[in-house]
Design a protein around this ligand. Structure first.
Ligand code: HEM
Length: 484
């Protein structure tokens, strides 16, 4: 059999028997915290958990405390919530008491006041302006481009070749992003944007680990110099794409922008009708464009990469997928109209994002003292919840480590609490690109799986690496096998 050794290290879930539901809450003055690590998380433990750069290991350890766990680091209170009802309170019922957590705010260094990093009125305005660009009908037009680009990749592939499908999905998602966000090929400018985002992301871990890193930004430290160079190059590349779009608008081509309909054109045309009636200024536009670039490209690429792995490991699911594609498409290329009928394809992707959620954790900061479930949390507490952990809770997903797309029939979904599964977050900050992501993932998977089986190269160890998104650390090698 062509299976790789099982996915390493993070595959296991914490058995319910290891969870200690009876551990008492911790009273601190007026506040009540969940049980957890008693002392300030000492650095040797941090090293243990973070050495492989893998905070999921810490979250898995904390899962043993049951519904929620607490620890302190550098005098900050941190709470990990594992229960869907508590997560719902944070994201929906008491969302006003929470803001983006400090680590995400640090991303302002890169993303300014974009949708991900802003809060309050700035965020609401940005969301109002961006919303029309993501309207279901608007994004329909991208379907054809997605199928064309996926089809081109599938035509280039040669039977018997070994490819790293994770890298292939990244390249494809980059092409799709270039086409749908900027209406271009992957130009040298797009490569610049991608390369510089990667440089900054590598430095970003360093910045996050340093208290008051913002103050160091203008210092002569080599890392900061590199950061400044990368950011300047990045800004110049994005600005030049915006200028090119604007100049079309200036030469009387506004209607052509509307016709063109890429996300950047939509942002250029959009006004805050409900608010000040104004458009985004240059800086705001740059922040939004970078945000969309970052949020929309790696996430979908990783969702697809993990899906190929899981299909390679689960031949029954793979053959059911093929049956559906053959029945629905009968050999023709998929279109948007096919999406509602590609039910099993969507179930495969849902189950894949359960096991390997591209956004593997989310965080919020308590803005005012607040009660969540039985806990009373102090202003300033950081609250985290991890899709990776919650999606593997055996209460909602029996035998959580098994790949079973049948968990996502309508009935099965309705039987679970809302936040047992939340790959796209929820509440007022739910992923704005969710419909787009579904369309991209379904059409790409359908277009490629219609023609190819991706057989896993045996003997490889595949390790999930939680960076900004959850990615396979050393890629996923597959042999291309034509289906017909
Ligand atoms: C499989 C693909 C994707 C996954 C798993 C995903 C996941 C998420 C999650 C969990 C959030 C909420 C973060 C939070 O509340 O802290 C989010 C927000 C966001 N996503 Fe996605 N996303 C995906 C694809 C996309 C795409 C394709 C785009 C755009 C083209 C996009 C743009 C955004 C933006 C702008 C936000 C911030 C929204 C706000 O705060 O108002 N995402 N995404």
């Amino acid at each position: 059999m062509l299976y790789p050794r099982n996915v390493a290290s993070l595959q296991q879930t914490v058995p319910t028997s290891n969870i200690e539901p009876s551990a008492p809450l911790v009273r601190r003055g007026r506040y009540l915290y969940p049980p957890g690590l008693r002392m300030n998380l000492p650095f040797y433990l941090f090293r243990k958990f973070f050495k492989p750069g893998n905070p999921i290991l810490l979250f898995e350890h904390l899962r043993r405390f049951g519904r929620a766990a607490h620890y302190r680091i550098l005098f900050n209170d941190v709470v990990l919530l594992n229960d869907p009802a508590d997560i719902r309170e944070v994201l929906i019922d008491k969302a006003a008491s929470f803001g983006k957590d400090r680590t995400q705010k640090r991303m302002k260094i890169l993303l300014g006041e974009g949708l991900i990093t802003s809060d309050g009125e700035t965020h609401k305005r940005a969301r109002r302006i961006a919303a029309p660009a993501f309207h279901r009908q608007r994004i329909q037009r991208y379907g054809e481009q997605i199928v064309a680009l996926s089809g081109a990749l599938s035509t280039q592939w040669e039977a018997g070749t070994v490819v790293d499908v994770s890298a292939a999905m990244m390249r494809l998602a980059l092409q799709i992003t270039a086409r749908t966000l900027f209406d271009t090929e992957v130009t040298p400018e797009i490569h610049v944007i991608n390369d510089q985002v990667n440089v900054i992301m590598d430095l970003y871990n360093y910045l996050v680990a340093m208290p008051r890193a913002e103050l160091l930004l203008n210092s002569p430290l080599p890392q900061m110099r590199r950061f400044r160079r990368a950011k300047a190059t990045l800004d110049a590349a994005v600005d030049s794409m915006i200028r090119a779009h604007r100049s079309e608008a200036r030469t009387g081509e506004v209607s052509s922008l509307a016709q063109r309909g890429d996300l950047l054109s939509m942002l250029l045309l959009s006004r805050d009708e409900e608010g000040d009636g104004l458009k985004l200024n240059n800086e705001e536009l740059r922040d939004q464009v970078l945000t969309l670039f970052l949020a929309g490209f790696e996430t979908v690429a990783n969702a697809l990469a993990w899906t190929w792995l899981l299909l390679g490991q689960n031949p029954l699911a793979e053959s059911r997928l093929h049956d559906e594609l053959d029945a629905v498409l009968a050999g023709r290329v998929p279109t948007n109209e096919d999406i509602p009928r590609l039910e099993y394809t969507a179930m495969v992707l849902s189950e894949s994002m359960r096991l390997y959620p591209p956004a593997w954790a989310m965080g919020r900061e308590v803005l005012e003292d607040v009660a969540i479930g039985p806990y009373r949390l102090r202003k300033g507490t950081m609250v985290f919840f991890s899709q990776y952990i919650v999606h593997r809770d055996p209460r909602w997903f029996p035998h959580p480590e098994r790949f079973m797309p049948e968990r996502f029939t309508m009935e099965a979904k309705a039987a679970r609490p809302r936040f047992a599964y939340f790959p796209f977050g929820g509440g007022g900050r739910q992923c704005i690109g969710e419909s787009f992501a579904w369309m991209e993932a379904i059409l790409t998977l359908a277009t490629i799986a219609q023609r190819w089986r991706l057989a896993l190269v045996p003997g490889q160890t595949i390790e999930p690496q939680p960076k900004i998104t959850l990615r396979p650390k050393d890629g996923i090698r597959v042999v291309l096998v034509p289906r017909k």
